[in-house]
Design a protein around this ligand. Structure first.
Ligand code: CA
Ligand code: CA
Ligand code: ZN
Length: 238
């Protein structure tokens, strides 16, 4: 019997020590805070934890993003009107030169203008034509070489101030992609801009507007319209 008690006592002792050890751990003071600047990888003054664009220098008011990554309109309503169509349904063809994978975004760009409530609707023929952008009675969306620095171009053909045909060319020498990247411009944004020309709108100086002459790289903001873009189309087709 004495031998058995000698074995039990140390076991009880171990349990007590463990309990004391836990209590002591719970009373340990917290680690001191880590001092020094919080990480800001792009060095734009907006710390990474609060930066929606942590690798692109931006502005605090845009949560660390540059303006061209934020779909913001200036609040102004600039527009500039050119010649317009008489028909309420100007209709285009896809040229065979246009990459077939871009046809969907061409349609999205057209429908963006079709939804503003102006009395004009861009339509398309379902046949695909092997034609360049030329005055031939058919309005085409084509892909071909243009000068450097240009994403796309619209050639409006007018007669007595009335548009009778409009061809759009996307530049095969430019770096374009769907969605854009640091080195490419977004096809849908360019097409939305070019359809503005197709319908008769001219450039404005407000960079947030789709009808601004410049489409930033790595940006889709010009897929959507600002107030001046909408007002201009409604003014042209009331
Ligand atoms: Ca940033
Ligand atoms: Ca044509
Ligand atoms: Zn333009």
């Amino acid at each position: 019997m004495k031998t058995v008690r000698a074995v039990w006592k140390p076991v009880v002792g171990v349990l007590v020590l463990a309990a004391v050890g836990l209590a002591a751990h719970g009373c340990k003071p917290p680690d001191p805070p880590i001092l020094g600047p919080a990480p800001d990888a792009d060095n734009d003054g907006v710390v990474d934890a609060n930066d929606n664009c942590p690798s692109l220098p931006g502005e605090l008011r845009y949560s660390g993003c540059p303006w061209y990554r934020v779909d913001v309109c200036s609040g102004n309503k600039p527009y500039s009107l050119g010649a317009k169509w008489v028909t309420a349904t100007p209709t285009f063809y896809y040229a065979s030169s246009l990459p077939s994978t871009w046809r969907d975004v061409v349609d999205y760009a057209a429908s963006t203008w079709n939804q503003v409530g102006a009395k004009v609707t861009i339509k398309k023929y379902t046949t695909i034509v092997s034609l360049p952008a030329q005055k031939d009675g058919k309005s085409v969306i084509a892909y071909g070489p243009l000068p450097d620095g240009i994403g796309g171009e619209t050639r409006r053909w007018a007669l007595y101030g009335i548009v009778i045909e409009a061809d759009i060319v996307l530049n095969s020498r430019a770096a374009l992609s769907i969605g854009g990247s640091a080195t490419t411009a977004d096809v849908q944004a360019i097409m939305t801009h070019e359809f503005g020309h197709f319908l008769g709108l001219q450039h404005v100086d407000d960079r947030t507007h789709t009808m601004h002459r410049t489409i930033p790289m790595n940006s889709t903001i010009h897929r959507t319209l600002c107030a001046g873009d909408v007002d201009g189309l409604k003014k042209l087709y009331p």
